[in-house]
Design a protein around this ligand. Sequence first.
Ligand code: GCU
Length: 424
Amino acid sequence: MKIAFPYCLLLLCCFAGFKSQAQTFPSNNDESKVAAYTLPDVLKMPNGKQCANSREWMQVQRPYIFHLYEENQFGRFPSKKINIRYRLLETDKNALGGTATRKQVRIFLHPADSSVYTDLLLYIPNQVKGPVPVFLGYNFSGNHTVSTDNNIILGNRWVPSRARGAVNNRATEASRGADTASWQVSTILVKGFAIATAYYGDLEPDTAAGFMMGIRSSLKDVLNIQPNEWCAMGAWAWGLSLMVDYLQQDNSIDAHKIALLGHSRLGKAALWAGAADPRFALIVSNESGEGGAAISRRWYGETLQIINAHFPHWFAAKYKTYGDNVNALPVDAHMLLSLMAPRPLYVASAVEDTWSDPKGEFLSAKEASKVYALFGKKGIDADSMPALQQQVGGTVRYHIRAGKHAVTLYDWEQYLQFASEQFR
Ligand code: GCU
């Protein structure tokens, strides 16, 4: 493949950054060493006045903060609407022992090039009549990993070599069902929710050079946006939005009840998608950490400097300029969370996942609650973090559970209960 000159430079910078810096930046796991910091005021409008009500929020402050995120962290979110095409690749009304209808839908993203697509896997519960609410989320290594169902089409895209069963960066039969623990399919279906999932690497492979094989290159003329004007997180977030376009015309789905869930890096992408697209009716950040729900100004766990060094492609170029001066960043995670308001938002942490800074996630959810208050919605008023396995909050909800960085059955049970309550 021919690589255009500016991209060579971009790549060189990425790799140089990775090599020289990745190991050297300090990180901290000692709460007593977290220095005092001042968060940007989420309600301070560009004219210096305090945002006082939901109308000012929607008309002035929200667009202002969204724009700050485009400028400083994620780059442009494509505004151009594209006409996607769908093809139902396969369906079975008797999937998973008759409990669900399975659909595998190819979503073509390019008007002419049919190699640019993402495959959406859906399971729709059979026991419920009429359109159902859905949990939409990316998976980490292919649709075939979320269930042991042998009928799921085995992905043929690039996958990281650490993915189970991967040979030469491609999935094999041994990859099937590798991530069933993160996708509690039967529990979700029993609660009356559909599941919709796609592999995030369909949009852009998660490597520094991935943009050359992903939609930031293949759609640059269609979307009128150059690869370096946005970032991998942006591409993943935008892909989620296109899945909503599909879900809106699938009459087995209640398109007013689309819950978006993302774990870890995919939680960061989910928050950006939730910020950009109001059609996500509920957003779940599962341990999204640095660049997602965790306060960047807190020196704890992963830092902005470290994330940029390890994952130079995740965020826009400007974000890297704050590595050694995080206090100059005009936004912080509470502002990203505030862009979900007034929609239900669930932020979750795990106690052993210190890398994601659980306390930083709690504090940003609490701070974002100020914006929910403008809408008369209860957020988090607790002053300190709850005990393990205790939900706190109202429309903004938080828990920290025992255990490691993962999406567990416990997490799903809370999200399903929350969504059932909020969608009532
Ligand atoms: C790394 C990275 C995190 C990210 C995580 C994941 O640990 O530093 O920012 O959330 O990977 O996506 O699993």
